[in-house]
Structure formats: structure tokens, C-alpha cells
Write a protein that binds this ligand. Structure first.
Ligand code: URA
Ligand code: CA
Length: 435
């Protein structure tokens, strides 16, 4: 078998065999297939697509590119959650502690930022000392001890996804249903989740721009999960405006802490309560949704979720003091107010452009090797449909040495639309649940 022929076959629209897919994943994981050939195949898949069988084969090959966590070693039924990627989507940092504090073991394998979307691992690493690299044994030990561990891809678990994810990020091959589905599901399968909750984002700040495509992706992943014996549920949720108010790594950690303290964005909180309830039901520790919701809402109110976040930070060698005192999180040297040039109502906050603005400031990567700046980003002071008067601050831009400020302001100018007309209907948070 030759990588050249596999690329050519996919380029010409042919279906790849199970063996060809395995050959590619094994060869690329071992470093025998170079990035340029992998990039060419990714682009061919992006343009030509993959059928259900190919996508399932790709997922299994990627899940088996490393070890699989033995769920038998984890007490209780494990749950996991994954988002297809959004802007200001800080859900994981709020949700995981809430679910873990209800007694459900959470095995969370997260990614880094991809394109203009943020990544949980990048966000967590903005907490001084926080460690996300674990061996499978270390991961299991943490979960058994405190019901949660959030780890990055490692050479141990789904390493193929680790490498492909970074490559896709810089080769314009992210927005592909087979590539997203296999990336997410391979990690979930390898990291030992008995149940998987998927948050499939749709809208201007999501990789899927319309509902039909989002449904396709959701159905594809739910099918793969269920076929492999994992209870899988997908929520299709709105990403036409950033979910939370903060976009950028340490800024989002701060917002997660505030949310667990009962402050923060109501939309983010609503998402966490809906997902958390579903995860408790999937773990079968409650018998109905009302009961599940009551537990999650309670753990938000009584600060059990907040305390669990502190435990997670401590167990992963981060400075737990940030929970009491978020000012200990790193922050940019300069904060610039972005003000409204007119009076009216906020008619649009284009999430993709806001994500890109944060990228320009240094919150994400342009090249694989790029170091992110954990301190920069944007904090919105207004939401869709809010009234704003001329000269009022719409957003705060967190910036270092002016890097990317001009580009970020230009993007905000087009992303934020202010009109005199009456507010329009705000898109619902949850469009659909696919089980
Ligand atoms: N999240 C992932 O883990 N992979 C993708 O491809 C997109 C979002
Ligand atoms: Ca178990």
C-alpha cells in the first residue's frame, strides 16, 4: 500500500477501504507518513467526504491508535461531554464540576483551540500550574478519587487525533463532518466513557452553519457511539452569538468560576443545567429529569460545584486559590474599551468574527507551533437585543503590546450590528436533542 495511491483515490472520489484507512492512521501516528501527505488526504476528505462506513472505520482506527482506558477500573458508570466547538463556550469548566459533585464519575478528554474556537485544555492551562497530561493510570486514579479528571490528548490515548487535530487547525480542513465526527468520537471511545453527551453547535460561530448540516453531524456521531455500545445523546445548540460573555482563555476560566458562584451569563448557565441533567440521567443515578435538574441546580446554589472545581484544580496541580480569588489568573497588560458609535439595539454579534478577533489578539494559533497568549481576549458588556447608547461600552478588549488590536477592532466593527429597529427574536439555546 502507498500513501500516494490513497490520496489519489480519495481525490478522485473513491471510497477508501478499512485497510487503507488503518494504514493511513497507523503510519501517520508512527511518524512514517509526513504532514504534507496527511494534509493532502485531509483536504481530499474535506472536499470528497466519507460515507458512514468510512467514517466509522476512521473513528475506530483513531481510537485504537493508542491505549483505551479500561472502564472496568473506574467505579460507577462514567460520562463524558464534548462540544463540536464554539466561541465563548466555557460549558465544560462549569458542567464537569457540577456533574462530578453529584457523584457521577466524569472522564473528560478535551482538546485545544481549533480555528477561531476555544479549547478547554488551553483555557485550563491559563490556571497557574495546571497540568493536563496524564498516563491512563493517573487519569483513572484521579477519577476514582474525586469523580473527575480533565486530560489532554496524550501519546497514550487517541494520539492520531492529537496529531490530526493540530494539522487540521492550520490546513483549513476543520469543517468536515467525517473529520469532526471521527476526531470527537475516537477520543470519547478511547477515554472510556460509558455515556457521551455531545453538544453540536450551529450558527455563525460554529463549524456547522445550518441546522441541516448540524443534524447530519449529530446523527453521524450518535450512530457511531451507539454502534460501539456507548449511550450517546446529541444536543444541537445555538452558536449565533458567543455562549458566555468572555472569549479568551483566562477570561473564560474567570467566567466559569463566576458562573459556579451564581453570577455570569444566564445562557451559559442554562446550557450547563440542561446538559448536567441529561448526564445524570445517562449515568442512571436519577429516575427522571425533574430530579436531575433539581440536583444540578442545587449544586450550583450550595457551591458544591464550585468546591468540586477547586478539588479538580488541586488534583491537577493548579493553584486552587484562583477559585476564591480570580484576580490570581493571568491578565493582559492593557484593557481597551470598545464603545458604540450610535444609539440603538444590538441586532447581531457574529460569533465567528468575535472568535477571529480573539485569535488576532493571540488567544489562538495560526500555525501549529504557535504559543497562545492566555491573558488576551474579549469580554462582552452587551448581548443580542440589548439597548445601547452612543459612547457606551459594548466590549472590553484585553490586549498585550497592542498585538492584533487594529484587526480585532475592525472585526468587532463588522461583527456587532446596531440598529434603531425593534429587537428581533433571539435564537433558542437548544434546537433539538437527538438520542
Ligand atoms: N472538537 C474536536 O475534538 N474535534 C473536532 O474536529 C472539532 C471539535
Ligand atoms: Ca465503570
Amino acid at each position: 500500500m502507498r500513501m500516494y495511491d490513497i490520496i489519489a483515490r480519495k481525490r478522485d472520489g473513491c471510497e477508501l477501504s478499512t485497510e487503507e484507512i488503518k494504514y493511513f492512521i497507523e503510519g501517520y501516528t508512527k511518524g512514517m507518513i509526513p504532514d504534507y501527505q496527511a494534509s493532502a488526504l485531509l483536504m481530499a476528505v474535506y472536499l470528497r467526504g466519507m460515507n458512514e462506513r468510512e467514517t466509522a472505520d476512521l473513528t475506530i482506527a483513531m481510537a485504537d491508535s493508542g491505549k483505551r482506558v479500561d472502564t472496568g477500573k473506574i467505579k460507577g458508570k462514567t460520562v463524558d461531554k464534548h462540544s463540536t466547538g464554539g466561541v465563548g463556550d466555557t460549558t465544560t469548566l462549569v458542567l464537569i464540576p457540577l456533574v462530578a459533585s453529584a457523584g457521577v464519575p466524569v472522564v473528560k478528554m478535551s482538546g485545544r483551540g481549533l480555528g477561531y474556537t476555544g479549547g478547554t485544555i488551553d483555557k485550563l492551562e491559563s490556571i497557574p500550574g495546571f497540568k493536563t497530561n496524564f498516563t491512563t493510570d493517573g487519569f483513572i486514579k484521579n477519577v476514582n478519587k474525586i469523580n473527575a479528571c480533565i486530560m489532554a490528548q496524550s501519546p497514550d490515548i487517541a494520539p492520531a487525533d492529537g496529531k490530526l487535530y493540530a494539522l487540521r487547525d492550520v490546513t483549513a480542513t476543520v469543517e468536515s463532518i467525517p473529520l469532526i465526527a471521527s476526531s470527537i468520537m475516537s477520543k470519547k471511545i478511547a477515554s472510556g466513557a460509558d455515556s457521551i453527551l455531545l453538544d453540536v453547535k450551529v450558527g455563525s460561530g460554529a463549524f456547522m452553519k445550518d441546522l441541516k448540516e448540524a443534524e447530519k453531524l449529530a446523527n453521524c456521531m450518535v450512530k457511531i457511539g451507539n454502534n460501539l455500545g456507548r449511550k450517546t445523546v446529541a444536543f444541537i445548540t445555538d452558536m449565533n452569538q458567543p455562549l458566555g460573555l468572555s472569549i479568551g482563555n483566562s477570561l473564560e476560566v474567570r467566567e466559569a468560576i463566576m458562573t459556579l458562584k451564581g453570577e455570569g451569563s444566564s445562557r451559559l448557565k442554562e446550557a450547563c443545567i440542561a446538559f448536567g441533567s441529561c448526564m445524570l440521567m445517562m449515568a442512571e443515578i436519577v429516575s427522571n429529569e425533574a430530579e436531575a435538574r433539581a440536583i444540578i441546580e442545587n449544586n450550583l446554589r450550595n457551591k458544591k460545584g464550585l468546591n468540586k472545581l477547586k478539588e479538580i484544580i488541586m488534583a491537577q496541580k493548579g493553584n486552587p486559590e484562583v477559585v476564591e480569588n480570580p484576580d490570581l489568573l493571568p491578565i493582559s497588560r492593557q484593557i481597551v474599551e470598545y464603545k458604540s458609535d450610535r444609539t440603538g439595539y444590538i441586532n447581531d454579534i457574529n460569533a465567528e468574527d468575535i472568535g477571529k478577533a480573539a485569535l488576532y489578539l493571540g488567544a489562538g494559533r495560526e500555525k501549529k507551533e504557535d504559543k497562545i497568549d492566555p491573558t488576551v481576549g474579549i469580554v462582552l458588556n452587551k448581548r443580542l437585543n440589548d439597548r445601547v447608547i452612543q459612547g457606551e461600552t459594548i466590549a472590553y478588549i484585553y490586549v498585550n503590546n497592542g498585538r492584533g488590536l487594529k484587526e480585532a477592532v475592525e472585526l468587532l466593527n463588522t461583527a456587532i450590528v446596531i440598529d434603531e429597529t425593534c429587537p428581533k427574536v433571539i435564537p433558542p439555546l437548544i434546537y433539538k436533542i437527538i438520542a
